[in-house]
Design a protein around this ligand. Structure first.
Ligand code: NOJ
Ligand code: CA
Length: 627
């Protein structure tokens, strides 16, 4: 008998709130369009309405048979590549009619019942109700993934149910019982304001329809209870994280309440949202990332990488570097989910079919800040260029960006690169937790170093057709010999510099140095935002326990500078693990010899109080209280 392996929180255990916090920064996500991945169970293909299935796989708007057994069958393939988290397109029961005259809901974004699983994804005859804890294919997937140390990310939609399909629109069911209908909306579960016409009008974006999708009325508490209740059922079955659709189409207060409720139910869940084309210079999306309780998919990174490497636009790598220079707009830039393509835009290779360009983009994705997400098939160079118009970075050729996975070759260039870099990301905290510094940037060449404590990772990319040699480049690696992870070429670092750094055409170099890890019974990952520091100033955590220096500021552990808005550090607790403590942040000043000066700047607040977890990793996310 298979059972799901995620322990259920005890709702009465308030300690749980201080104990658990899932760490996603070292994960590598792989995004699967379930219907287009692998058909592991042909018996479920006809589904409730056989007309929506095309066995010939010629009709791109119909189902092609992929299912959760197919995902289970390929878990070893994914594990071999180092994938640690799987984002699956929504698994909810969908409308079983053609919408817009010809489209089946193969993507999962047109839900009719959030409390049931799409019967096309599990074995025929299995229960689809989330209330009935049976051993379905879905439960086996969770158990098999967890057995391999992999996490499952559920894609959820709160903004809408379904568009007009065969005469009905927005019919919504509660485990099989009809509870709302857009065309007969007695209880006001939906907004009825028509389509968004002005995308600059925030009220419209939040209340009007997107492509005719029946849009929920979040002011209705019954709706909110329904959707929260539904997602909790999925969390109870073992889902580890959530990707949230269309977040900009609902008000921030809804998300704040929704996330708080879910975290009370399952405090360790990681959540990231889709604010389409978010960018750090767009104040609204950055404010959302900082105040909603969820991270965001990083469209800013995707567009910069696609324009620089995919389209070879004039600014080249400056476009990517400029994006990273805006990281201080986010409180948690290292937790953004980065990608180079997805199901709503041209695949990277439809922009640029050169496999070496794809490889460079994948290396950039895997070694720069954020949690990388690989779109299924990237490792097999899967792409279909039908209906590629001007081939611009913002273009979408849906459904042709969702082809069926055809090959499972574990020896492709991208599969091999991913197997190396996923491992490196897990081992070297400079990549996942650290600071980004650009060491050399031109349109064609990008050298950057990630650093955290004594760990470093230096990456050099050359996207031109010419070899480039950089003389005496400071890379801030500790002095020693290095072997490049990707090319096996050798380099010597002296006084932090490489005397002659040759980067061959379309080549990527990765040099890594891993310092000692922070260990302790309880390790707190501290993130402080919102303070301004001057050169020579260091942020420390001062408190009433030995690990925090017993209020002696000279002994208070220091954080590290990540960017102008973020300081970060890990503090280990042994003696005080499991005990209540108080602390505040202090800015310590040193002279040019490192001698600590008087008059530190202290936060202006009665101290922060916390109950340390007895063991494990926890996070503090604090804002500097101005003096
Ligand atoms: C964003 C999803 O990624 C996209 O595929 C979907 O069609 C829309 N949201 C509407 O749910
Ligand atoms: Ca199937």
């Amino acid at each position: 008998m298979v059972s799901t392996s995620v322990p259920k929180p005890s709702p009465t255990s308030y300690e749980f709130l201080f104990k658990r916090d899932i760490e996603f920064r070292q994960e590598t996500i792989y995004f699967v369009v379930v219907d287009r991945f692998h058909d592991g169970d042909p018996a479920n293909n006809p589904g409730p309405n056989p007309e929506l299935y095309d066995a010939t796989r010629q009709d791109w708007t119909k189902y092609w048979g992929g299912d959760l057994q197919g995902v289970i069958d390929k878990l070893d393939y994914l594990q071999g590549m180092g994938v640690t988290a799987l984002w699956l397109t929504p698994l909810f029961e969908q409308v079983e009619r053609l919408a817009y005259q010809k489209y089946a809901a193969i993507h999962g974004y047109w839900t009719r019942d959030f409390k049931r699983i799409n019967p096309r994804y599990v074995a025929a005859g299995e229960t689809t109700s989330l209330f009935q804890a049976q051993e379905t294919t879905f439960d086996r997937l969770i158990a098999e993934a967890h057995r391999r140390g992999m996490k499952i990310i559920l894609d959820i939609v709160c903004n809408h149910s379904s568009p007009e399909a065969g005469g009905v629109k927005g019919q919504l069911f509660d485990d099989g019982k009809l509870i709302a209908d857009f065309n007969d909306d007695k209880n006001h579960w939906y907004h009825h304001y028509g389509e968004v016409s002005n995308w600059d009008d925030e009220w419209q974006v939040q209340n009007c329809e997107l492509s005719g999708l029946a849009t929920f009325n979040e002011n209705n508490a019954s709706y909110r209870n329904y959707i929260k209740g539904a997602i909790k059922l999925w969390l109870d079955r073992g889902v580890d994280a959530l990707r949230v659709d269309t977040v900009k189409h609902m008000p921030a207060w809804f998300w704040q309440e929704f996330i708080a409720d879910l975290l009370t139910h399952r405090p360790d869940v990681f959540v990231f949202g889709e604010w389409i084309y978010n960018h750090p210079s767009d104040g609204k999306s950055a404010a959302f990332a900082n105040s909603s309780g969820m991270s965001l998919l990083d469209f800013g990174f995707a567009m910069a990488a696609r324009r620089a490497i995919g389209k070879n636009e004039e600014g080249g790598f400056h476009l990517v570097n400029e994006l990273f220079e805006l990281d201080h707009h986010y409180d948690g830039a290292n937790e953004l989910v980065t990608f180079i393509d997805n199901h709503d835009m041209l695949r990277f290779q439809s922009l640029n079919s050169d496999p070496l360009a794809l490889r460079l983009a994948v290396v950039l994705l895997m070694t720069s800040r954020g949690i990388p997400c690989i779109y299924y098939g990237t490792e097999q160079e899967l792409h279909n260029d039908t209906n590629v118009g001007d081939g611009q970075p913002y273009e979408n050729n849906d459904p042709y960006n969702r082809p069926m996975m055809e090959k499972w070759d574990t020896d492709t260039p991208i599969y091999r690169v991913l197997a190396i870099l996923t491992q490196l990301r897990r081992l070297n905290p400079a990549i996942s937790l650290g600071r980004h510094r650009s060491m050399h940037v031109t349109p064609d060449v990008y050298v950057f170093t990630r650093s955290y404590r004594q760990s470093r990772c230096t990456v050099a990319l050359n996207k031109s057709d010419q070899p480039i040699t950089l003389e005496n480049l400071f890379v801030d690696l500790p002095d020693r010999r290095y072997v490049c992870f990707l090319t096996k070429r050798r380099f010597e670092v002296k006084e932090g510099r490489i005397a002659r750094l040759r980067i061959d055409p379309k080549q990527a170099l990765v040099l890594s140095h891993i310092g000692p890890a922070v260990r302790g019974q309880t390790v707190v990952r501290v993130q402080l935002n919102g303070m301004q520091t001057q050169l020579g100033e260091t942020v420390c955590v001062s408190g009433n326990c030995p690990e925090l220096g017993n209020w002696d500021i000279q002994k208070a552990p220091a954080l590290e500078y990540i960017n102008a808005n973020t300081w970060f550090g890990e503090i280990s607790f042994d003696e005080s693990a499991g005990k209540p403590i108080v602390y505040k942040y202090v800015i310590r000043r040193t002279d040019e010899h490192g001698v600590i000066l008087d008059q530190p700047r202290r936060e202006n607040l009665v101290c922060r109080r916390w109950w340390l977890a007895p063991e494990g990793i926890v996070k503090w996310r604090d804002y500097w209280e101005r003096a």
